[in-house]
Design a protein around this ligand. Structure first.
Ligand SMILES: Nc1ncnc2c1ncn2[C@@H]1O[C@H](COP(=O)(O)OP(=O)(O)OP(=O)(O)O)[C@@H](O)[C@H]1O
Length: 363
């Protein structure tokens, strides 16, 4: 499945001019407030008729303004999940889910029991939305959208209204949907952490234009995208394989640049994980540091140095086959005489597990 979008639309003072391809998986539309994310999603859903554009899912054309053709909203088969679940308050969870199914096209649809199980909402079936937490409501809203058997799931900031604890509760369910249902998801967010955890593809928007698009790990490691991502949030993702659970509570992982130790990661040996390493958490040394507390030191090579407008610089590093970003000062770039090709050691101050990779990559 590929969603292909090319849209041009003008509002007073704002022009959206964006094109991208979304392959299977979660495609995150990411950008600051006002960059055009919702306008794009609304164009895909059919809620907005753009001045010009073409939108197609696989071979099915949903919009082609040149040909004067636009499939109406209700025939596009899009599952739409909004920030506020928008469940029917007078209906039970079961009835809300049934409503999604009612609108599904005839023929084999999604299996209700499976979706209820995937989203962990079995125990809530007889409750009304008023008796659900925000996270539970969102899970039901997602279930309802999936049961309408859509071609594509559109999620516009589905976690934005939830507090951190509820977000953390719902993210694993979204990961399961991504990995087990294989339903393509267009996911709008302005949270880098959310995108790092969920996205397979990232489309980065700025001022109504696509400034970068591609596999999530590549877009996140591109030093040019750092100012749009936000310097504090910029960082790369590298794959790492769980090698051993060690007796002192640490998990040993293997990366292309050497071993890493993290506080116990509850994953079986052999699992490949995606680690998120913020650029600001990476220090560089030209010799292997000794006598420091940091456990995690990777062998790397400088690939590119991008100087910012202020005193900072973003250094793109090659670590085995993978990429890492380090944010250091331009003064340090000079002091260490860093140049492309120079071997260095990357000292990692903090590492987080961004996402369990899609099954089958272990080994
Ligand atoms: N119906 C409208 N009429 C006029 N201007 C609009 C309309 N809808 C959106 N805009 C403008 O288009 C721009 C992009 O808005 P959009 O909602 O797509 O951004 P966004 O990236 O989704 O932002 P946010 O993260 O805040 O939701 C904004 O400047 C907004 O004010």
């Amino acid at each position: 499945m590929t969603l292909s979008v090319s849209v041009r639309h003008g509002f007073p003072g704002f022009t959206l001019n964006a094109a991208f391809e979304a392959p299977a998986g979660v495609t995150a539309l990411f950008g600051r407030s006002g960059s055009g994310k919702s306008t794009l999603v609304n164009a895909v859903a059919g809620l907005l008729r753009p001045d010009r554009g073409r939108i197609a899912v696989d071979g099915t054309v949903l919009l082609d303004t040149d040909a004067g053709m636009a499939v109406p909203v209700h025939r596009r088969r899009m599952g739409y999940v909004f920030q506020d679940g928008r469940l029917f308050p007078h209906l039970t969870v079961r009835q809300n889910l049934g409503y999604g199914r009612w609108f599904a096209p005839k023929g084999p649809g999604a299996d209700v029991a499976r979706i209820v199980d995937l989203l962990g909402i079995g125990a809530l079936m007889d409750r009304r939305p008023g008796a659900l937490s925000g996270g539970e409501k969102q899970r039901v809203a997602i279930g309802r959208a999936i049961l309408s058997n859509p071609r594509l799931l559109l999620m516009d900031e589905p976690l934005a209204a939830l507090d951190e604890a509820r977000k953390a509760e719902i993210l694993p369910y979204l990961e399961r949907l991504r990995d087990e249902l294989r339903l393509p998801i267009l996911y709008v967010s302005h949270s880098v952490a959310e995108v790092a955890r969920l996205a397979t593809t990232i489309v980065l928007l700025d001022g109504g234009r696509v400034v970068a698009a591609g596999p999530a790990s590549e877009v996140m490691a591109d030093p040019a995208t750092a100012p749009v991502m936000g310097l504090r949030e910029a960082g790369a993702m590298i794959p790492a394989r769980v090698v051993a659970q060690e007796p002192d509570g640490l998990t040993r992982l293997e990366t292309g640049g050497g071993a890493l130790w993290l506080p116990r990661v509850p994953a079986p040996e052999g699992t490949v994980l995606r680690l998120r390493i913020l650029a600001q958490d990476v220090m560089l040394a030209v010799e292997r540091p000794t006598g420091i507390s940091a456990l995690n030191i990777l062998e790397a090579q400088v690939e590119e140095i991008r100087r910012g407008e202020g005193p900072g610089a973003m250094v793109l590093l090659r670590v085995g086959e993978d990429r890492l970003l380090a944010r250091i000062t331009q003064r340090s770039v000079m002091a260490l005489a860093l140049d492309p090709g120079r071997p260095v050691f990357a000292v990692l101050k903090a590492v987080s597990v961004a996402q369990e990779s899609i099954g089958g990559t272990a080994g």
